[in-house]
Design a binder for this molecule. Structure first.
Ligand code: HEC
Length: 139
């Protein structure tokens, strides 16, 4: 009995781990890019977008001043509707060109760092979302 209980706990432990594993196979980026991107993200983006790119849950609800809170970048919001060029431009120029609040990063991050940070948050996208992005959005 005890063995069975331990086995169950172990299986759940594995399931729990695999959920947070960065998704890399069949994607445009590599594991080292995701690792660099994670650092770039923690240092530059996490304060607004959350440590796991999960903030803000109520991203569709405007703030009192009419602007929007930082959306989740982890594939649960709208980010996958943007092709690569738009993602890069948003990070380079920030939200100002569209009346938003996100600061620009073109003077802070290199092209490689911007690509790595995109790799990092895309590594959280479920396969279904990534495939739609790859085949329909980012053609
Ligand atoms: C000061 C807070 C803040 C920081 C820091 C910040 N963002 Fe944002 N981000 C926002 C807000 C707010 C928006 C929503 C649009 C707007 O208001 O500009 C946004 C929007 C975005 C979008 C568009 C998402 C979508 O679903 O359309 C992307 C991509 C993005 N941010 C990536 C990043 C990355 C990568 C970093 C770090 C290099 C970063 N942001 C740092 C606040 C921030």
């Amino acid at each position: 009995m005890r063995t069975i209980v331990s086995l169950f706990i172990f299986v759940f432990f594995l399931l729990g781990c695999s959920k947070d594993e960065p998704k890399i196979s069949n994607r445009w980026y590599t594991q080292p890019q995701v690792a660099i991107g994670q650092k770039v993200f923690q240092n530059n983006c996490a304060a607004c977008h959350g440590y796991n790119a999960q903030a803000t849950v109520n991203w569709k609800k405007p703030l009192n001043d009419g602007s929007y809170p930082p959306p989740p970048l982890n594939g649960t919001a709208h980010t996958w509707h943007h092709p690569m060029g738009v993602l890069k431009r948003t990070i380079r120029k920030g939200g100002a060109p569209l009346g938003g609040k996100m600061p620009p990063f073109e003077d802070k991050l290199s092209e490689e760092e911007i690509e790595a940070v995109i790799a990092y948050f895309q590594s959280k996208w479920e396969s279904e979302i990534y495939e739609v992005w790859k085949n329909k959005i980012n053609k």
